[in-house]
Ligand binder design. Sequence first.
Ligand code: KIV
Ligand code: NA
Length: 265
Amino acid sequence: IKRVTTSSLQSMKQRQEKISMLTAYDYSMARVLDEAGLDILLIGDSAANVFAGYETTLPITLDQMIYHAASVARAAKRAMVVADLPFGTYQGSVNDAYNAAVRMMKESGAHALKLEGGVEVIDNIRKIVQSGIPVCGHLGLTPQSIYQFGDFGVRAKEEAEAEKLKSDALLLQEAGCFAVVLEKIPAQLAAEVSQSLTIPTIGIGAGNGCDGQVLVVNDLLGLTKDFKPKFLRRYLDLYSDISKAASQYVDDVKSGSYPNESEQY
Ligand code: KIV
Ligand code: NA
């Protein structure tokens, strides 16, 4: 099987083939997703939410992200494996950001990293790219800045923030990023940015004009019960399916019908 690379993503943009990306945090799920044909598996720091149950992505550590990323990397045969650098590991000095990036690459086996932000972190991104590590940018609703935003509402609705986002996107491209995630911004703005960049954009809640789409896999599977933003399409209702299976198991154990004669030695 031929691995998806930064250059295959670039050709996909050129021939207008959309890029498919989902998050993954563990080996078993990553294996299914890889075999289903996902182009990119993202070890999102959304692991802090869906895996660990935190309200924000801020608490997850570099060691925890490395553990998730290594589990996914062991499963992915075709998909490109992109890992988030967590909050606090790349917003300080260039040197600290570089060291965090190198640790993630060496210890997880991921193929690329994703970092949130534009001009504020551009020197750090430049250094990481210059060291040979592919970097994906992330603009719009960047959850590591949630306490600055105040809520998870749509970003860049006003002119000033939209202009900054456009200039950040160009900066990221100039710094050598291979793609940019655009999260929860008006579809019109995302389409404009996608057309102005030569590198692919990957949207989440950013409309149909992006070069690809990404979702949190737990959301798409209907595992996250109460999370129902407008942009989310749920392909399964796993919460109820698993709930039914689990209560059936409880009943079977209680009634003594599990295990039966053919299920024992
Ligand atoms: O952490 C995450 O899941 C992400 C995607 C939603 C883009 O960054
Ligand atoms: Na993330």
